[in-house]
Design a binder for this molecule. Sequence first.
Ligand code: NAP
Length: 310
Amino acid sequence: MTGPVIYGRVALIGLGLIASSMAHAMRAGGLAGEIVGYAKSPETRAVARGLFCDRVTDTAAEAVAGADLVVLCVPVGAMGAIAAEIGPHLKPGAVVTDVGSVKQAVVDVVAPHLPPGVHFIPGHPLAGTEYSGPRSGFATLFQNRWWLLTPLDGTDPAEIARLRHLLEAMGANVDEMDVARHDLVLAVVSHTPHLIAYTMVGVADHMRRVSSQEVIKYSASGFRDFTRIAASDPTMWRDVFLTNKDAVLDVLGRFAEELFSLQRAIRMGDGDQLHAYFTRTREIRRGIIEAGQDTAAPDFGRAPVQPKEG
Ligand code: NAP
């Protein structure tokens, strides 16, 4: 399938799961004239050159030269240094966006390095898998997934509309949100759940009485989903917690209160409280399925995605 080119030259900085998925989706839809890429390691650059980039450069500065759209696809902790490097090399009128899972921290470290005349539109696709790296991407990753944009005051609406057009052409549903709101919402729906998954897998590991064999053998229950989430990239998630600290600590405080309340209900044998609580949470799950954000299939619609060869 080919369509009208939306950006003549797109530069992807960082060439892992998100960037490679974007490249596959843009290529499938004929949405970019040329896709240029840069990543830290020569190994990743070599894979990207063969798999999904038209051109790969040895520096981020070279990659962004002449680009109409620059997408920062590196871990949140690396965004500032990249912005400092590319700032002087951006084409006047270029759009810079990012895909970082935290928004305020990215705005704080990226915006100061961008020259006047460059449009900065921070963004975040709510899509991912537990795989990472340049072989893990696939064209349909963003299909029917939210992509949140958090434009700053005064951003040219025509440039926001053009970026929206690209993201929608890749299959995403686009919404706009205030930066602080984004970080709080994501702390609730993504960041804290990841922390809980990491913790639960850590707890199982510490319980030496439960042999690892048994944990794996019986993991068809809820634990399996925890292990999948807890396999997510350590660098990315370290950066998420370090940069969305306030919102995550706020949500964790509330989580601890609820947990203690349920703990007390179990200790006191208060079945009514437990039943009422679980009835309410079941309704939330139904709401997620009705909103089209998941399926009721036994594997939650997540047939394992295999990293691509190439
Ligand atoms: P990934 O697969 O681990 O890829 C990260 C890429 O960034 C790699 O190509 C890596 O290069 C490159 N990189 C790291 N540090 C760099 C630096 N200093 N300079 C240049 N390149 C550097 O990560 P991802 O899952 O695509 O995540 C990328 C961004 O998307 C993160 O900000 C994350 O918060 C966000 N995000 C992720 C998900 C998800 O579920 N994975 C979802 C939404 C948003 P090398 O390979 O050479 O090390």
